[in-house]
Design a protein around this ligand. Structure first.
Ligand SMILES: Cc1ncc(COP(=O)(O)O)c(C=O)c1O
Length: 435
């Protein structure tokens, strides 16, 4: 169980749920992350930079493992590594004893590099290539989550050629759409992911007929940033018509709180108990329940630091920073909302008289490159270091080099020490693939 937030010295209680565990302010009102001063981190490593509080990541992984184990001794937690595919993150989560979901050959290579045993890795993807399937089979991957009939053709041929047996799950689109942004809703009847129910029944028969395939069970992932538990029950009821299997992988999707006024998700414990009970009620005891958290494991562990490059007024105030859609695409893809603060003048409970309402924008040549609209910042000026919390999921993962922007480093902080686990990309790196 996650301890109630560690004593946050002077950190406004409104901010506590959106900053990494253990975040404090020092007596000057400056942000301290994992025992490191945010302003000093910016000076030492430059900005933009992702700062990961390692203890937050570990505590959350332990909370997931304990919650699912308490709900069912056979339950398994696998890290949906697309959320933060960084070798050091894979390493921490492998050390914490969870499994790993990969969505490509590249993520599989990264998971292996991070120390995951192939037997605890699951391969996903709606367009797995022959090379990716071969890599997974030859690596001895724990399970392949089959998405479509063409993949079954490819997989059964590759297994026959090798004379190997492979455990698989079937990805099913149960026809359930949770209340989330359409771009991160994946379980509805018309999704690109998996088989709809009639096709899934056909896939079950095909896979059960193949001697090289061990069909273990059903997988669904209905979407991301989900704040209510009922849709998982609806999805399970829908897939129950496919038969009775030893394994039910209920995907990930548990949401996180991104803003001080944003909705609060169910706790990890409530989520684990609810998912396990739903399986038991429908299918009886003894099933293996698998969960695949991405965002809920990694999002809150991380903040992004930026430096203000300009402050101007064009009708409204615009504060421009040295990053943007190259390090955080979520506001542009899903209208995702974030908050932002000046690390040396963090917000207090009573908003200060010199607070300014501003749009915080990135440096890229797109009008949509706005990180936070209507942010309240304390007297922002050029050179200030700003911090956006809750950027540990789908931030580094979707980083890109638009406008020739080298991608930011990833810095781990723990007990007052900071270490670079991914260095900043250089301009030379931008040409590294030129032939
Ligand atoms: C198959 C699968 N499992 C798990 C996840 C993780 O979702 P979340 O980060 O919302 O927990 C995703 C995210 O897209 C997914 O596609």
């Amino acid at each position: 169980m996650i301890p109630a937030a560690m004593p946050a010295v002077h950190l406004d209680p409104r901010l506590t749920p959106i900053y990494p565990l253990g975040t404090e302010l020092d007596e000057r009102g400056r942000l301290q992350l994992g025992g490191c001063d945010a302003l000093e981190l910016a000076a030492e490593f430059g900005t933009p930079a992702y700062v990961v509080v390692e203890q937050d990541l570990r505590t959350r992984a332990q909370a997931f493992v304990e919650a699912f184990r308490a709900a069912s001794p056979t339950a398994q937690v696998v890290f949906a590594s697309k959320a933060f595919p960084c070798t050091a993150v894979y390493r921490v989560l492998a050390e914490e004893g969870i499994g790993c979901d990969v969505a490509s050959g590249g993520e599989l290579a990264s998971a292996l590099r991070g120390g995951f045993d192939p037997a605890v890795i699951h391969l996903h993807g709606n367009a797995k290539s022959e090379e990716e399937l071969s890599f997974a089979i030859d690596t001895g991957i724990g399970a392949i989550v089959v998405d479509n009939h063409d993949e079954i053709d490819r997989l059964t041929r590759l297994l026959a050629e090798r004379g190997r047996r492979q455990a698989v799950l079937i990805r099913v689109a149960p026809g359930v759409s949770p209340d989330t942004h359409p771009s991160i809703s994946t379980g509805g009847p018309n999704t690109k992911f998996g088989f709809n129910l009639p096709e899934a029944a056909h896939a079950v028969r095909r896979l059960q007929a193949d001697p090289n395939v061990e069909l273990r069970g059903i997988h669904f992932h209905i979407g991301s940033q989900i704040m209510e538990l009922a849709p998982f029950g609806a999805a399970l009821r829908a897939v129950s018509e496919l038969g009775d299997f030893p394994v039910y992988n209920l995907g990930g999707g548990l949401g996180v709180q991104y803003t001080t006024d944003g909705p609060e998700p169910p706790s990890i414990e409530e989520y684990a108990i609810a998912k396990v009970r739903m399986v038991e009620e429908l299918f009886g005891p003894g099933k293996t329940v698998i969960d695949e958290p991405g965002r809920a494991l990694t999002a809150r562990s991380t903040v992004t630091l930026y430096t203000v490059q300009s402050v101007k007024q064009n009708v409204v105030n615009w504060v421009a920073v040295d990053g943007g859609m190259s390090d955080n695409l979520r506001p542009m893809l899903y209208d995702a909302r974030y908050e932002i603060d000046v690390v040396s003048r963090m917000r207090t409970r009573e908003d200060a008289p010199d607070d300014v309402l501003a749009h915080v924008t990135g440096k890229h040549c797109e009008s949509g490159d706005v990180l936070v609209r209507d942010a309240r910042l304390n007297a922002p000026r050029v050179g200030d270091v700003l911090v956006t919390p809750v950027t540990g999921a789908y931030g580094h993962a979707m980083a890109n080099t638009y406008n020739g922007s080298p991608r930011p480093p990833v810095i781990f902080v723990k007990d007052g020490d900071a270490r670079v686990v991914v260095r900043r990309e250089t301009r030379e790196d931008l040409f590294s693939r030129d032939v």
